[in-house]
Design a protein around this ligand. Structure first.
Ligand code: AHR
Length: 494
């Protein structure tokens, strides 16, 4: 028997809605072919779009209440020169996307197109600036271009390009993976550079910036220590990247063909996020005990071998029930660290790595990961309720994980995962501080399937979806829950 205690009276930390954020890079078919149809007149004529942005994609992402979108990279960000992506589209210079397939980037999707996309999505933009190959002036001017309302060279240029009012972009990344593709810097060198670049990224009027320093690769605790010691005063957030890779980087494993052993390896690696957050978090606590600086996990998700026959530089992978469980595990961890984590961004929204959407020409499908975002959207900006979990073992891992919140309308939400491939789990949920009357109806929704490798295809788009869940009842003043094998559930109680 599994036991979960939810401390219903102890909710005093908000789960930032930005924990449910996204990341979209100029990589493969994420921007071009995913969001954007603007380039190709033939495609644009066929795929319904608004100013070049696919309508189906916008509707799907609004449904899960996408709170923010990080762009233009990733590694691409530190090669991107934003001035090449403004003005008349046909006149924009072309460049090589050296990181991702060596393809030609024609810069047709630039600052205006990205910010138009965010307005359509009703989400906050998060722009990652170029520190690796760009200048302090370039980043400073990008902020001025986006945010300044008065008379200035960049504000005039923006107006000339058709946008009168500033967008007031709040979230700015100061470089990406500066220890690697973003410039191969030492933490000391980057910390000094962070301070330089961040100094000239100005606040204009009420457009107060939230500046995010490039963080560790996951394992490098020293990076976090040096950054916190030398630059935490100047930052609002410090990032951390961690990918769930079942194999090694040379042979990561396939997205939809894997053994039970690989399922559990994947779960173990996903659960490792908890340890990373604890370790990096405790270093952050040493320098910032009041937790002013947010932990920003602006890249996370599964990374498998690309689908056979696709460009290895495009990182296109399918998405199965296994990805859904990885997402559920991550969200429970993130919710439970709400004191420190201010934002996370799954890599990447469409057609790249652990996508929530896949597209093929006119067609669009939602992945199992999308449906988990749908289940967890109720936690956005709700008060975190501390949970205590006593779980049965599934191999050497706990079978059950959980997180809980109370929203501003007084609803309680409890999310649960069962990673076990074969065993259902009986869970007794005690809502400490509340006694439920037997007449209360608990409702829930579930993402599950019969097989580990179940996934959605363009021919069968609804193999894994969200369904109503009836495996919960009020019992002994709490809840009795039966979690099927390989399931993610969210319960809602008025
Ligand atoms: O998401 C793919 C790549 O992974 C990003 O560009 C980079 O930041 C990370 O290494």
């Amino acid at each position: 028997m599994n036991r979960i205690i939810v401390k219903t009276q102890d909710g005093n930390v908000k789960i930032s809605r930005h924990i449910y954020g996204h990341f979209s890079e100029h990589l493969g078919r994420c921007i071009y072919g995913g969001f954007w149809v603007g380039n190709d007149a033939d495609t644009a004529a066929v795929i319904p779009n608004t100013q070049g942005v696919r309508n189906d994609v916008v509707a799907a992402l609004r449904h899960i209440k996408i709170p923010n979108l990080r762009w233009p990279g990733g590694c691409f960000a530190d090669e991107y020169h934003w001035k090449e992506g403004i003005g008349v589209r046909q006149d924009r210079p072309k460049m090589i996307n050296t990181h991702w397939g060596g393809v030609t980037e024609d810069n047709s999707f630039g600052t205006h197109e990205f910010l138009e996309l965010c307005e359509q999505l009703r989400c906050e933009p998060y722009i990652c600036g170029n520190v690796g190959s760009g200048t302090v002036q370039e980043l400073s001017q990008w902020v001025e271009y986006c945010n300044f309302d008065g008379v200035s060279p960049m504000a005039e240029l923006r107006r000339k390009n058709g946008r009168i009012k500033p967008w007031k972009v709040r979230y700015w990344g100061i470089g990406n993976e500066s220890w690697g593709c973003g410039g191969s810097m030492t933490p000391e060198f980057y910390a000094d550079n962070y301070r330089r670049y961040a100094t000239y990224a100005r606040n204009y009027g009420d457009a107060q910036l939230y500046k995010i320093a490039s963080g560790s690769n996951g394992t490098d605790l020293n990076w976090t220590r040096v950054l916190m010691e030398k630059a935490s005063r100047h930052m609002d957030g410090l990032s951390l990247h961690y990918y769930t890779v079942p194999g090694d980087w040379a042979k990561k494993g396939a997205a939809t063909e894997f053994s039970e052993a690989e399922w559990y390896i994947t779960m173990r690696k996903a659960a490792h996020m908890d340890e990373l957050m604890r370790k990096h978090g405790s270093i952050m606590d040493e320098f910032d005990p009041k937790r002013r600086v947010g932990m920003v996990i602006d890249e996370w998700g599964t990374w498998f071998d690309v689908e056979p026959g696709t460009n290895p530089g495009f990182l296109y992978q399918q998405n199965s029930l296994r990805d859904a469980l990885v997402a559920g595990l991550h969200f429970n961890i993130f919710n439970n660290y709400a004191e420190r984590v201010s934002m996370t961004n799954i890599a990447q929204t469409i057609n790249v790595l652990q996508s929530v959407i896949l597209t093929e020409g006119l067609k669009m499908i939602l992945t199992p990961t999308y449906h988990v975002f749908d289940l967890y959207k109720v936690h956005q900006d709700a008060m975190k309720l501390p949970v205590y979990v006593e779980s049965e073992a599934s191999g050497d891992l706990p079978a059950v994980s959980a997180s809980a919140s109370e929203d501003s309308d007084g609803w309680l939400h409890v999310s649960l995962t069962n990673i076990d491939v074969k065993q259902e789990q009986e869970v007794k949920v005690e809502l400490r501080g509340l006694t439920l009357s037997p007449s209360i109806k608990a409702k829930g929704r579930i993402v599950t399937a019969e097989t580990m490798t179940a996934h959605n295809t363009f021919d069968k788009p609804d193999t894994v979806t969200v369904k109503d869940y009836s495996g919960v009842s009020v019992s002994g003043g709490g809840l009795a829950v039966t979690l099927p094998p390989m399931s993610v559930v969210t319960l809602d109680l008025a």
